[in-house]
Unconditional design. Structure first.
Length: 200
């Protein structure tokens, strides 16, 4: 068995391995992914990487057979650069014995995929509508809330909203026409800031 020419590049969350094999038949390419081991065989060529420098997610890892090379994508379980394909660096995600919980220091050393965790939490949470909370969903939801408020309002309320908003430079929004119609609405900048008119 000979070892095929190969090279790799990586990012924090994945590593891409290129195995140079012209015109490889996808049916004949055999690849297996294990958490710390990768095996490739094609004809008389073989490449076994063990132990991998870090643990991989075998479900999210994959490969494509191209005309000049086979591109293998390793999905890293922990964020960070490996610097090499193999190595006996301690596996940060090695499973802990069931009897003992991980200590706080071990947990702190693990690199967590915060984006993945955030997405998971957000997908589990029930979406709050702008009717329940005007701040839900950011600016778009706030705009929707005010559009609905304006659309459902009577003529005086709409007049009050328009007058207070435009005269205060967007710092005040009132729905009380009796109060607003008496005088111009003053600018009320947020606390700690100062209102300045720009020369045009």
């Amino acid at each position: 068995m000979t070892t095929p020419r190969h090279e790799f590049y990586e990012t924090e969350d994945k590593l891409t391995l290129s195995i140079f094999e012209k015109g490889a038949d996808p049916e004949q390419v055999k690849i297996t992914f294990e958490p710390r081991k990768f095996t490739y065989t094609y004809g008389d060529k073989s490449l076994v990487l063990e132990p991998l420098k870090g643990q991989i997610d075998t479900e999210k890892s994959g490969y494509t057979v191209g005309k000049v090379k086979i591109e293998v994508r390793f999905a890293k379980m922990a964020l960070g650069r490996w610097g090499a394909l193999t190595g006996d660096a301690p596996d940060p995600l090695a499973s802990f014995p069931a009897s003992s919980a991980p200590t706080s220091t071990t947990v702190r050393k693990q690199r967590k995929n915060w984006d993945g965790i955030t997405s998971e939490i957000l997908s589990q949470e029930k979406e709050v509508t702008s009717d329940q909370d005007p701040n839900a969903g950011g600016d778009a939801a706030v705009n929707e809330f005010f559009k609905k408020l304006y659309a459902d309002a009577d003529e005086d309320t709409r007049r009050a909203m328009m007058k207070s908003y435009s005269e205060s430079g967007g710092t005040t929004l009132s729905t009380n026409w009796d109060e607003v119609k008496k005088a111009p609405v003053t600018v009320k900048p947020p606390e700690g800031s100062e209102w300045k008119k720009w020369a045009v």
